[in-house]
Every structure is written in C-alpha cells, then in structure tokens.
Design a protein around this ligand. Structure first.
Ligand SMILES: Cc1cc2nc3c(=O)[nH]c(=O)nc-3n(C[C@H](O)[C@H](O)[C@H](O)COP(=O)(O)OP(=O)(O)OC[C@H]3O[C@@H](n4cnc5c(N)ncnc54)[C@H](O)[C@@H]3O)c2cc1C
Length: 339
C-alpha cells in the first residue's frame, strides 16, 4: 500500500516495501466518502461505496429485523426505517434495492410487519432526483420509487445523525435506526499530503494530457482526477467509463513518450449513462440524448454490465444468478458473510 509520495524527489513510499523512485507516476487512487461535516455521519452513517460497506449495511439491516422480531416495541421506535441520503445514482439504486429486499423478501419472512412500519425515505438536498438525466427519466424514476413505496423528500438537507434519529435542517426529525450515505465523494485522502492545490472534492487537477501541470511526469486518472471534458468544458463525472478511458490514455501516453512518439490530448467518448432502480426498472440516456426506461432499459443495463465483466466465467455466473433471481424473485438476501 502506498503511504506517501514525494513529488519533488520522485519517490513513492509503501507500507510493506522500500521506497521506489519513478520516471513516470500515475495516480489512480479512487475516491472515498465525503460526509460534508454532517454531525454524527462518520460515526453512525452507513456509506455505500465499497463491497465491505454493502456487506456491513446488509448485516445491520438483517440484525435490526431479527431484533425487532424478538422485541416488537423497537418497530415503533423506527428500527426498520431506513433513510437514504443522496438523490444521485448511488442513493437511488440503493433505495430501490432496499425496497425490493423489504417488499420482496422481508414481507414474506415477517408477515406481521405492516408496510408503514418499515419505511424507506430518500432525502435529497437539491430540487430533484437524478439531476444529470433528462426530465422524462426523472419523472419515471419518481414513479418507479413511489411504486416501490420509497418516500422521496427533495429540498431537504440532513443536519445531524444519531444511531436512532436523523435530523433535517428544516427541523423535521425522522425515526430511523439506519442511515445510508450516498451523498458524495472526495478524492482519496492521500492526495491531501501531496502539497498540490486541489480541485473541488479534493480531486487532482490535470491538463489535457492528464498530467499534473506542476509535475508533468505525474498523471492522475479516474475518480481522483478532475478531468475537464474538451467538448463541454465541464469536469467529467466520477464514473467507471471515465476511469477506464483515462487510465488507458495515461498508459498509452507514457508508452508513446518512452518510445519517443508524439502524444495526444485525452478525448472522452461519452457512451451514455444508465442506472437501475429495481427489477425491470432501469433508465438509460444515450449519447445524443435519446432515453430508454423500464424493461427495455433493464435489458440494456444487463447487457452492458455483462459485457463489462472481465471473463466469460464471470458472465456465466452472473447470468445464472440473474436467471435464478428472476424466476424465484429471491436473491441471497438473507445470507450473511464474514468480511
Ligand atoms: C455504489 C457505486 C455504484 C457505481 N455504479 C457505477 C456504474 O453503474 N457505472 C459507472 O460507470 N460507474 C459507477 N460507479 C463509479 C465507478 O465505480 C468509479 O468511477 C470507478 O470505480 C473509479 O475507478 P478508479 O480506478 O478511479 O477508482 P477505484 O475503482 O476506487 O480504484 C482505486 C483503487 O486504488 C486502491 N487504493 C486506494 N488507495 C491506495 C493506496 N494508498 N495504495 C494502494 N492502493 C490504493 C483502492 O483499493 C482501489 O482498488 C459506481 C460507484 C459506486 C460507489
């Protein structure tokens, strides 16, 4: 693991190895959760940015249901309620998935629990969900969430969190023993020790060739980089497609430099954006602005994600898993694992 980088000495330091000097360096450190200073969030919120985060959240939710089953008084105190913060893809996909878990799996396991005793509330500070998508997609998303009994609060800001309550700036207090944080990212904390002036969200600013202007032998790619799209003049979003294309470009550029060839500026190829809200409910916005919603978009989402898996074995496993889930309307939802 890299513990520090001395840009002036061109030296990387590791936890397990002796320091290494470099001719070229690429930062692809990714991003981490940003709690924006919300009181109680680092201690009590459940971020959802890694597999370990997802497993931790699932364990917590399962434990809450089991505890409420043993002691139903906990239900009135909000033990089964979940607040999800963030109306972007992470928050919406999480709220949709949790709603399927609640209404598809838990209603069968816990038939005595009424739907209003296990509420999922999505809180977004801005005026609408999915601001990066077109209005028809936003409208469809609201309907799809409502159909899954997800309550949406827009224009509401989370002020503080305790283990059992979520307080909004408007003064409303929500009874919820689980708060999922999908409200924002910042560049990996290592970048703060580099002595660079960072861009919004602690991301490293780069030039058209993805280099750090003050250290042109150093590149930054993916979520940790603030890459300006040459076409739109906007900073590109923290997406897998940006990470893959920028990583490939930095690698190619270094190879060209080493072999004395001319280098080219990075040009992002936007292949569209997609998100899934639940079973048979996805949204796709294609290059040029065309949109797809519902089952067709779900099939497109599945096809693209299958294609992105690294091996045919992974693809086969995913198809078997999806087919099983589709036929039985069950997933391995109640299986808990050690991490
Ligand atoms: C819940 C969720 C859903 C998403 N869904 C989509 C989607 O549908 N489509 C899409 O395009 N994008 C999606 N994204 C975004 C996408 O995952 C990221 O944009 C992409 O992974 C960024 O790639 P990266 O290589 O920059 O960073 P990462 O994938 O975060 O990789 C960084 C790597 O660096 C390692 N690292 C960090 N610090 C150190 C260190 N000090 N030393 C050594 N190694 C270190 C980390 O362990 C990690 O493996 C999603 C993200 C989340 C959180």
């Amino acid at each position: 693991m890299v513990t520090a980088v001395d840009l002036d000495a061109r030296e990387a330091h590791f936890r397990e190895l002796e320091p290494l000097t470099y001719d070229y360096l690429v930062f692809g450190l990714g991003a981490e959760v940003n709690f924006f200073g919300v009181d109680g969030a680092p201690e009590h919120a459940f971020p959802l940015y890694t597999l370990a985060d997802a497993v931790r959240l699932k364990e917590h939710v399962l434990q809450n249901w089991e505890a409420a089953d043993r002691n139903p008084d906990r239900i009135d105190d909000g033990a089964l309620n979940i607040v999800v913060v963030g109306g972007g893809p992470t928050g919406i996909e999480t709220a949709g998935a949790l709603a399927e878990l609640y209404h598809g799996v838990f209603t069968k396991d816990y038939p005595d629990v009424e739907p209003e005793q296990a509420r999922i509330t999505l809180v977004e500070a801005g005026p609408e969900l999915f601001p990066m998508f077109k209005p028809d997609i936003r409208e469809y998303t609201e309907e799809a969430l409502a159909k899954r009994s997800v309550e949406v609060l827009t224009g509401e800001v989370v002020e503080s969190i305790t283990p059992l309550r979520v307080r909004l700036k408007s003064g409303t207090e929500l009874k919820a023993h689980t708060l999922v944080w999908g409200a924002g990212l910042q560049g990996n904390q290592l970048v703060q020790s580099l002595g660079l002036g960072l861009e919004k969200g602690n991301r490293i600013g780069v030039d058209a060739e993805l280099r750090i202007p003050s250290h042109p032998e150093v590149y930054a790619v993916g979520d940790v980089a603030a890459i300006t799209d040459q076409k739109t003049d906007q900073v590109l979003p923290q997406l897998g497609s940006v990470a893959m294309q920028s990583g490939e470009h930095a690698g190619e550029t270094i190879a060209r430099k080493v072999s004395g060839k001319e280098t080219k500026p990075f040009k992002y190829r936007d292949k569209g954006t997609m998100a899934t809200i639940g079973r048979g409910a996805a949204v796709v916005q294609m290059l040029g602005g065309r949109t797809m919603k519902g089952k067709t978009a779900s099939v497109a989402w599945g096809t693209v994600h299958l294609a992105l898996l690294p091996t045919n074995e992974d693809r086969a496993k995913a198809v078997v898993d999806w087919a099983g889930a589709g036929l039985t309307h069950q997933r391995g939802a109640r299986i808990t694992v050690e991490t």
